[in-house]
Write a protein that binds this ligand. Structure first.
Ligand SMILES: Nc1ncnc2c1ncn2[C@@H]1O[C@H](COP(=O)(O)OP(=O)(O)O)[C@@H](O)[C@H]1O
Ligand SMILES: CC(=O)OP(=O)(O)O
Ligand SMILES: [Mg+2]
Length: 400
């Protein structure tokens, strides 16, 4: 079965074309900085990778560029869209509706749409991608794989908010988490690399991309995670503020005469690395600014590391220890300097980064970066949400 996987992130669109019969990835790629003037697509097939600058105003345009690369480019992988048997989509918010992946029907689409306000940067572009696929290939089975499903195991003490109980029940206000497909994948890979059953390990998984989240996985069960009711909660991110004193919101509404929609826009799109540094939401730019000694870039950089350390500490206490800390996604996989700052001085807790291994070039490989004597292992594992999505899609579509 040939499955196309579409992963619409907040600033990127990743895709893979997988042949499940041959157990082979046929093509993969990434549209980066979608919505910005310097957007580009990196498309790879048959060990040949090309990068070309291509303005993509939004995810809809990005997906059309992807189909062009797969079907019409010089090194196309397929000759027609009819060769694809199914499409799997990453959907960030499944609310209380979905504790596992689902075949996309009109009813499923309506539920995803009703959750758009809870994941404003993600559910809308993902819906757009589903629509584009329905238009281009009517009748082709499509599957939704939800970021939130993995966190349905959280205990109520972790997922409930201390608001009036009736209000939470009425509006289904609870912690849902996000990036679950990524946390699920890296936790499993961590156990394999440590050659121990997942059920024997306490793992903290850190997904640090444009969106960021950290999870506690205790003996194979997700017990806590930093994202909440929406993917705005938790860590400081590219454009999102993460957890802040909630009283700042009504304060700003009054002081600045802002509407709830405006304040939501500020917290989702104008905060985080971008808001603090005033330079960019992209860690590469902020890092450059910090290296050049720009004060606000240095501050943004240090706040980001501080935010990671808070959750590491919290989850070590929640699980009464940790065997491994795993890092993934754009920043987690690539930014050695941020890792150095985040793990600085943690020797007394048994967390010792190996400076040389941390800064060694890696070519996207899984690798231990903790010192050989470190009781807690630190591991970089490139995430592969697409592979998990292809597996779930295959399982659902093969039963049709
Ligand atoms: N070499 C690098 N050094 C530092 N940061 C990087 C590097 N490569 C990518 N990043 C960061 O990763 C972020 C994107 O991460 P990714 O996981 O691809 O994002 P998304 O959240 O859109 O899925 C970029 O915004 C950038 O900040
Ligand atoms: C949920 C989320 O923030 O996703 P991404 O990191 O892909 O933006
Ligand atoms: Mg992502």
């Amino acid at each position: 079965m040939k499955i196309l996987v579409i992963n619409a992130g907040s600033s990127s669109l990743k895709y893979q074309l997988v042949d499940t019969d041959l157990d082979k990835m046929l093509a993969k790629g990434l549209c980066e900085r979608v919505g910005s003037k310097d957007s580009y697509i990196k498309h790879g097939a048959d060990k040949d990778e090309r990068i070309f600058a291509q303005y993509m105003a939004d995810h809809e345009e990005a997906l059309k560029v992807v189909f062009d690369a797969l079907i019409h480019s010089e090194r196309s992988t397929i000759t027609s869209i009819d060769e694809i048997d199914a499409i799997g989509h990453r959907i960030v918010h499944g609310g209380n509706y979905f504790d596992s992946s689902a075949l996309i029907t009109d009813e499923v689409l309506q539920k995803i749409e009703s959750l758009c306000t809870l994941a404003p940067l993600h559910n809308p572009p993902a819906l757009k991608c589903i629509q584009v696929c329905q238009d281009l290939a009517p009748g082709l089975p499509q599957v939704a794989v939800f970021d939130t499903s993995f966190f349905q195991t959280l205990p109520p003490s972790a997922y409930m908010y201390p608001l009036p109980y009736e209000l939470c029940e009425k509006h289904q206000i609870r912690k849902y988490g996000a990036h679950g497909t990524s946390h699920r994948y890296i936790a499993n890979r961590c156990a394999a690399l440590m050659d121990q059953p997942l059920e024997d390990l306490k793992i903290i998984t850190c997904h640090l991309g444009n969106g960021c989240s950290i999870s506690a996985i205790d003996h194979g069960i997700a017990v806590d995670t930093s994202m909440g009711f929406t993917p705005l909660d938790g860590l400081m991110m590219g454009t999102r503020c993460g957890a802040i004193d909630p009283a700042i919101i009504p304060f700003l509404e009054e002081a600045e005469g802002l509407t709830p929609a405006q304040i939501n826009e500020i917290m989702n799109k104008k905060s985080g690395l971008l808001g603090v540094s005033g330079i960019s939401n992209d860690m590469r730019d902020v890092r450059k600014g910090a290296e050049a000694g720009e004060e606000r870039a240095v501050l943004a950089y240090e706040m980001y590391a501080h935010s990671i350390r808070k959750y590491l500490g919290q989850y070590m206490i929640e699980m009464a220890g940790v065997d491994a800390i795993v890092l993934t996604a754009g920043v987690g996989e690539n930014c050695d300097r941020m890792r150095r700052l985040a793990f600085a001085g943690l020797q007394p807790l048994g967390i010792i980064l190996d400076q040389e291994k941390n800064s060694r070039s890696h070519h996207g490989k899984e690798r231990f970066i903790s010192h050989d004597d470190s009781p807690v292992k630190i591991i970089v594992i490139p995430t592969n949400e697409e592979m998990m999505i292809a597996q779930d899609t295959y399982e659902i579509v093969s039963k049709l």
